[in-house]
Design a protein around this ligand. Structure first.
Ligand code: STL
Length: 377
């Protein structure tokens, strides 16, 4: 940057710096600029706290601190298999992807098409499912307001069918027992009475993914824990580093029961319209005075987190006879008011429905709806 541009920039950021007698010294101005730039950046501590907030567990916490100190742009990934329709439960990992981006990571999202077939999605529909995920997941991340400059999407099969990958997969298979693969896959892969061999290959490929994506960190839900541990225990046996494993908690479904991709009434689809969102939330389990439900978990781990980040408040609209409108900037206060029954479930649900619809309205439906039809007809 030339001297004139530096001065212009400083004039814009902090004109008082130019009033000193040193203002003709280009080196001093450069140092001042570096100081301003550093002040605008998050410290290692702040980046660590941002990554750690609301996680269930980090395996390799000390390594993460070291990584933040030593590597300018660390790399993290999250894998998702294009099986069922993406729903608002995906917002939770979407938010952690946003946190990692803010903390200076390069983030890869692995759209794991082969994992989907290993987990019983038919080969005949996998391409259509992949195409839908490849369109809707970037839309979802953008809808959450992330700066996507450091976000990258990787198609599983493009990376995993290479000879070197396959060689390493076979090598891994000679170090891990059937029993350990079965245990690792048990929380992720649907295993019936007569489980397929594919379910045992699944965790081994997930371990290879860490290496072939060239990442420092893997992000997933706590349901991935056993697979992550298997990767950490076995990658060193074939000469690779163990990775840092970052886990989000598993939240109860928003509507009640488990949030399931196969039952459309237990989850809110990313393409549901305002009416559908309202109707589904209306049915959500939420007993007056009781905070143990999916709506409150969604508020605590997602909605109120982004409200706080954006320095916004959550508006809960109520008729005057029920106390009139209220605004909240803190989840703990919502919790207190729900417990004391000052706040009725119906009003909370309606506010949550509005917030979800607001986020979903950022998704370019025209772009993704035709792909959804092809993938799930
Ligand atoms: C699902 C549901 C879910 C997580 C995943 C898949 C993860 C898949 C995956 C695949 C390859 C990786 C990492 C993760 O390397 O909650 O169907």
């Amino acid at each position: 940057m030339d001297f004139f541009k530096q001065k212009t920039l400083i004039r814009f950021i902090n004109p008082s710096l130019l009033s000193s007698s040193d203002n003709k010294n280009p080196n001093l101005l450069r140092i001042q600029l570096i100081i301003i730039y550093k002040m605008a950046q998050l410290s290692v501590e702040q980046r660590f706290e941002l990554i750690k907030r609301n996680t269930a567990e980090i395996i390799g916490e000390e390594d993460l601190k070291k990584l933040l100190k030593e590597k300018k742009t660390p790399v993290a990934y999250l894998g998702t298999a294009p099986t069922g329709k993406p729903h608002v439960g995906y917002f939770l990992w979407g938010l952690k992807v946003c946190d990692l981006l803010k903390a200076g990571f390069h983030v890869k999202i692995l759209l794991a098409d082969i994992h989907a077939v290993l987990d019983n999605t038919p080969w005949s529909i996998i391409d259509a499912r992949y195409d839908y995920y490849a369109a809707i997941i970037p839309e979802m991340i953008k809808a959450l307001g992330a700066d996507t400059k450091e976000l990258e999407f990787v198609k599983g099969s493009e990376m995993q069918l290479k000879p070197e990958y396959m060689y390493d997969l076979l090598q891994l298979s000679s170090h891990v027992s059937v029993h350990d693969c079965e245990k690792a896959a048990s929380e992720v892969v649907k295993m019936g009475d007569n489980p397929k061999l594919s379910g045992l290959i699944y965790p081994l490929m997930q371990a290879c993914d860490e290496q072939y994506l060239g990442v420092d960190v893997q992000l997933g839900g706590t349901d991935q824990r056993k697979i992550m541990v298997l990767a950490r225990e076995n990658l060193p046996k074939i000469g690779y580093e163990r990775r840092i494993e970052l886990m989000n908690p598993l939240l109860p479904g928003l509507i009640g029961k488990k949030m399931s991709s196969s039952d459309p009434n237990t989850k809110i689809d990313l393409l549901d319209n305002e009416e559908a969102v309202k109707k589904k939330l209306n049915k959500a389990e939420f007993i007056e005075g009781d905070i143990d439900n999916g709506v409150m978990a969604f508020l605590e781990y997602f909605l109120m987190v982004i409200k706080k980040d954006k320095k916004e408040k959550l508006l809960i609209e109520r008729p005057e006879k029920f106390g009139g409108n209220v605004e909240y900037s803190d989840f703990e206060v919502i919790k207190k008011d729900v417990i004391s029954k000052k706040l009725h479930p119906m009003d909370v649900k309606l506010a949550v429905a509005k917030e979800i619809s607001k986020i979903l309205s950022n998704i370019d439906r025209k772009k993704v709806e035709p792909l959804e039809k092809k993938a799930y007809s």
